[in-house]
Design a binder for this molecule. Sequence first.
Ligand SMILES: [Fe+2]
Length: 140
Amino acid sequence: MPTPKRIEWTPQFSVNVRALDEQHKRIFMMLDAINQIVRREKKGHDLIDVLDAMVLYVQEHFRDEERLLKQYNYPEFDEHKQGHKEFLRQTGGFRVRYFEGEEDQELGVELMRYLLRWVKNHIMVQDRAYSAYLNDLGVT
Ligand SMILES: [Fe+2]
């Protein structure tokens, strides 16, 4: 099953906190870059390089998001942070498999499916869950 042609941030993903939306947009752009490599639309780009760049950026984003949630005593903070840790564990697992020599086309498709599911579940559900909480406290 092929991955979608383009991956882009749309307002349905908004968490209504401007700085976090901007970071999410950048993550989507990075997912699109990975997807283009997996779909072989971009030649000469190593899958692992863009994956590493994306994970590095996501780590930065998680730190910002967690700092904000902690600062405003978000009641689901621990569960939320757990979701971030799980993402890093999963993407780390793909990295290991890549270096163990797994065929990168198949691995890439599986990675993309994981990332798309994560975007839908984490950003659409878990991130949006803090949205109203922060907005009520005046954070936008
Ligand atoms: Fe999050």
